[in-house]
Ligand binder design. Structure first.
Ligand code: CO
Ligand code: CO
Length: 377
């Protein structure tokens, strides 16, 4: 993972926003495990491992970090003060480190926010033991609200992640021919993602699916060789400074049949209608609706089996979710995918996915590879 050169200012800004979000949610502290929210709020990268690492944030206080001695080096030149509570290789020493950290943060009796999908029973027990009177409550909404509104530095990282991914695909396309397998294409693409500067921790492994496999939105690459008349769905992304891109394009291998050409055209129109709909102040559902209407009007509604998109940033899927019925209001700085699809079971599928950012006026696509049906080879 790349080292980030973030400034004291950046974190103090994010901590202020976090403090208000916590207060607004009736919370007095936040504890975080290794993961995107910890990176966002501290720049600290740790793998979630068998050794607990826990960050304790209390508004207007110096944050505390419980961590193994061997990781101490990562905290030595941080742009902010931090109380470190180290433990050794004997798991019996974890308790004491958590107790001292909880005391320093005066955690006992507080309403403490946690990320329910990240905090493990391991850390939860240690925290509870160290602060038996604390109440642990989900801070998911408060943290998501912060991370959803990307600043210009985050948007540039996402733009770069899109560039890397697009360049990698452009270098891979000339190699694709009838008889090549999905797995071979995925391997070539992955190599080029890394060579073009993607972080090694990619958002997800590329989906490369041809013919009947392309009708499965979450296919994994197989040893099936490409055949004349297949549609080929490639869904891939890069990571840059921890920020992701997530793109899909669909290609024709040799001559596409007429219905395949038609569904491609419809999906392309749906993608473009949804991108055109994006602007600050409308709901996530309205963006979904813009894509869905095009596909339904063409009579393929039941073959569009998923939501139109998902938030994208430090996680491959995050808020806001672009789905029917989601009344969440879009704001400038929010980034998400637009990825309508039509899947004809047993035959072929089409998906066209772009990454967009909500701007002051409307929306901007960070991805710009051609969207029309391109014939390969
Ligand atoms: Co995708
Ligand atoms: Co996606």
């Amino acid at each position: 993972m790349q080292t980030e050169h973030k400034t004291t200012d950046l974190y103090s800004k994010r901590w202020q926003a976090l403090s208000s979000a916590l207060k607004a949610n009736g919370l007095e502290a936040l504890v975080l495990n290794p993961g995107p929210s910890l990176v966002y709020l501290s720049g600290l990268h740790f793998h979630l491992s068998e050794r607990p690492v826990t960050f304790i944030f209390v508004p207007d206080e110096e944050p505390s970090l419980v961590l193994p001695e061997l990781e101490h080096i990562k905290t030595l030149d941080l742009p902010f003060p931090l109380h470190s509570f180290l433990y050794g290789e004997d798991p019996a020493s974890w308790h004491l480190a958590f107790q001292r950290a909880a005391q320093a943060a005066k955690l006992d009796g507080k309403r403490v926010g946690v990320e329910p999908r990240r905090l493990r029973l391991l850390e939860y027990r240690l925290l509870l033991d160290a602060a038996p009177e604390a109440e642990f409550i989900s801070a998911e909404d408060a943290v998501a609200a912060l991370r959803m509104r990307k600043d210009s530095g985050e948007i540039s990282a996402m733009r770069k992640a899109a560039e890397i991914a697009q360049k990698a695909l452009n270098e891979t396309l000339p190699m694709i021919k009838i008889g090549m397998t999905e797995r071979e294409i995925a391997a070539e693409l992955t190599l080029r993602l890394l060579r073009n500067g993607s972080d090694s921790e990619a958002p997800f492994a590329p989906i490369v699916s041809g013919g009947p496999n392309s009708a499965n939105p979450h296919a994994t690459p197989t040893d099936r060789p490409l055949q004349n008349g297949d549609l080929l769905v490639v869904d891939w992304g890069a990571s840059y400074q921890g920020y992701f891109s997530d793109i899909t394009r669909t290609f024709a291998i040799g001559e596409a049949q007429s219905e395949e050409q038609k569904i491609h055209q419809i999906v392309q129109q749906a993608n473009s209608a949804a991108r055109a709909a994006v602007r600050s102040g409308i709901t996530a559902s309205e963006v979904d609706q813009a894509a869905r209407e095009v596909i339904e009007a063409a009579g393929y509604g039941k073959y569009f089996t998923h939501r139109t998109g998902h938030g994208l940033g430090m996680e491959g899927h995050e808020e806001p979710y672009i789905r029917n019925g989601n009344a969440f209001i879009l704001e400038p700085g929010m980034t998400f995918t637009i990825e309508p699809g039509i899947y004809l079971p047993g035959r072929n599928g089409v998906r066209i996915e772009d990454d967009v950012v909500v701007t002051e006026q409307d929306g901007e696509s960070l991805t710009n590879l051609p969207r029309e049906l391109i014939q390969l080879p």
